[in-house]
Design a protein around this ligand. Structure first.
Ligand code: P6P
Length: 338
């Protein structure tokens, strides 16, 4: 008899990619190799996180600040170095752009021009590391095209539809890698006994509506009136529940699986919101549209936005189509009144 459990345990990331692409051409091989290396980065970071309190020098601050103007944590630097180390000799990636680096990192040696660019947030939600709550890594893979004479990532300023692959690794009770190469959204769970990411959910579809709204209501006083209208609505209507962990990847993963909406709006202090387009919002928007959801800045579809700067921010409203539409209905109502 056919052993489905054994076959499932053999469905690793690389095998799954080749099956998705139904081709074994150079691009398929490249994407499979790229995703396998993303998986290796995830394993290395997961290993560090799982013993962070016990590893001398793993936690705490470096004393520097990053492009966010946030204090840099040692775990941010370690995770950033992991991605560079993993892709250094790949011969696949020429450009690495990260929240932790003002300018992209180039891998000149053994790297034919016009290969791939990796844009990533190595540890998102790192404030959660010290209290052992979930954190994540977010990644986006693009074709490296065009010149970057000033080495500031000018060739990466493209809309989100151009992404070849996108996804995240959620470091939670289990380590889950979720990816899409434009053929649906699929989740893999790290089996520590094998040291492999094994297929756990295929072709994930986000519910059309969900009970969860995920937003930091502590910023209520900083929001536009439209967001306050939405919040008053969900406060007054049953069937909604608030869930917010302060770490984007975990909050997003809940929306992907259970439906609802995650919002990081513009605020008085940060009119364009806090989240970075190219390596936080756009990869998640790519995934969610593949899963039948929606993502908006409040004014435009998120994937249409072309940033003017590598670390550009946008407001983010992302989740079930009906819930994103509800938030937008309050925005549009306020616009009509103006
Ligand atoms: P706030 C973490 O610093 C992060 O970038 C995201 O992971 C998270 O969604 C957001 O910021 C939380 O920001 O302002 O609600 O604390």
């Amino acid at each position: 008899t056919y052993d489905y459990a054994l076959d499932r345990d053999c469905t690793t990331l690389s095998r799954h990619i080749l099956e998705q692409l139904q081709s074994f051409g150079p691009d398929a091989q490249d994407l499979s190799a790229l995703m396998t290396r993303i998986g290796l980065a995830g394993k290395l970071i997961a290993r560090r996180l799982s013993r962070a309190d016990l590893v001398e020098g793993a936690l705490g601050f470096t004393g520097d600040t990053n492009v966010q103007g946030e204090e840099v944590k040692k775990m941010d630097i370690y995770a950033n170095e992991v991605f560079i180390a993993v892709f250094k000799q790949s011969g696949l990636v020429c450009q690495l752009a990260s929240e932790e680096m003002e300018k992209p990192y180039y891998i000149p040696e053994n790297c034919p021009i016009g290969r791939y660019a990796l844009l990533y947030d190595p540890i998102d939600g790192s404030s959660n590391v010290d209290i052992n709550l979930n954190v994540g890594s977010i990644f986006s893979i693009r074709q490296q095209t065009g010149e970057d004479p000033d080495q500031n990532g000018a060739n990466l300023l493209q809309d989100g539809h151009q992404q070849l692959a996108a996804g995240y690794i959620l470091y939670g009770p289990s380590v889950v890698l979720v990816y899409s190469i434009g053929k649906g959204v699929h989740a893999f769970t790290l089996d520590p006994s094998l040291g492999e990411f094994i297929l756990s959910s295929e072709s994930i579809q986000v519910p059309k509506h969900g009970p969860v709204y995920s937003v930091n209501e502590g910023n209520f006083w900083q929001w536009d009136e439209a967001l306050r209208d939405f919040t008053r609505y969900v406060h007054r209507h049953e069937g909604y529940t608030a869930r917010y962990s302060g770490a984007l990847v975990g909050d997003f993963h809940r929306i992907l699986l259970q439906g609802g909406v995650f919002i990081y709006p513009g605020t008085v202090e940060k009119p364009d919101g806090k989240l970075r387009l190219l390596y936080e919002s756009a990869p998640l928007a790519f995934l969610l549209e593949q899963a039948g959801g929606a993502a908006s800045t409040g004014k435009h579809p998120l994937l249409d936005v072309v940033p003017d700067y590598l670390h550009a921010r946008t407001p983010l409203i992302i989740g079930s189509t009906e819930d994103v539409a509800l938030v937008k209905s309050f925005i549009d109502e306020r616009v009509r009144e103006q």
